[in-house]
Design a protein around this ligand. Structure first.
Ligand SMILES: [Zn+2]
Length: 264
């Protein structure tokens, strides 16, 4: 496990020359510049020292080794290919088409319950990818149908049809994974807020380190969501969890568009 620091500062600063001189790429536009540095980089201390003279913002993320992921019994799913919007995309109308939104809370974003198929403009342009996440929909997984049928379906994972928005016909190349199981997470030491409109509890997004452990005793061949909500402001979502056997099938078949965070 490696900590990676993402540092954003004002482009005009002369520090860019120094950062590039130690072999780190700086991406900059007219306003901001950004670079990434691992905590075990030989110049990490120097960079820290030099940055003290500048205004900057820092966010930390964690990179896991393959071994850490291979050893995990359960893993949080991160879909890395984000493409397309749920339809209709005008004024978030998809919420009415695809969900029972009678308990939906506009303040905190919690309470949507899917009761209809997702609608898309057309077939996703898959290229080499196998997994897809839609914009605005943090906690659903879409998959190339042929990959799903050969790799995840045999493991007992169910899928739901996805429809073409205009014709309401089932799309040929995409399915949505069915995620019925919910797992409770040990979040005793984690920060949360309680919504003043609906009283829903929501935890801060977990960006760092291993994901906290699962309290329930989950089965094998599992695709599940956390019982708890995470997010900030009007964003609320559940993290999605795969069991090791599903992870293994995905890695062995080199499927694309997905990454994992091991659960403790
Ligand atoms: Zn609320």
């Amino acid at each position: 496990m490696k900590k990676i620091y993402r540092i954003v500062f004002n482009t005009e600063e002369t520090i860019i020359n120094y950062i590039e001189s130690i072999g780190i790429k700086v991406d900059s536009n007219e306003i901001n510049a950004v670079f990434y540095i691992e905590e075990n980089h030989e110049k990490f201390q120097d960079v820290q020292e030099k940055m003290k003279n500048y205004d900057f913002r820092v966010t930390v993320s964690t990179k896991f080794t393959k071994k850490e992921k291979d050893n995990a019994k359960y893993l949080i799913v991160k879909i890395t290919w984000v493409n397309g919007y749920p339809m209709p995309d005008d004024a978030m109308e998809y919420r009415e088409e695809t969900y029972d939104n009678s308990l939906f809370c506009l303040s905190c974003g919690a309470g949507l319950k899917q009761n209809n198929s997702f609608l898309l403009k057309g077939e996703p342009k898959w290229g080499k990818k196998d997994f897809l996440k839609l914009f605005w929909v943090e906690d659903e997984i879409f998959m190339k149908k042929s990959t799903y049928e050969t790799i995840l379906k045999p493991l007992g994972i169910n899928a739901l049809p996805v429809l073409h928005y205009k014709t309401k016909k089932v799309l040929d190349t995409v399915v949505q994974l069915e995620i019925k199981d919910k797992l409770k997470i040990d979040l005793e030491d984690y920060t949360y807020t309680k919504c003043t409109s609906c009283n829903q509890i929501k935890y801060r997004i977990i960006e760092n380190g291993f994901f906290p452990k699962i309290l329930d005793n989950p089965k094998n061949s599992l695709v599940a969501r956390t019982h708890e909500y995470f997010g900030h402001d009007a964003l609320a979502f559940n993290y999605l969890i795969f069991s090791h056997d599903i992870y293994k099938a995905i890695i062995e078949n080199k499927l694309k568009g997905i990454d994992f965070i091991p659960v403790e």
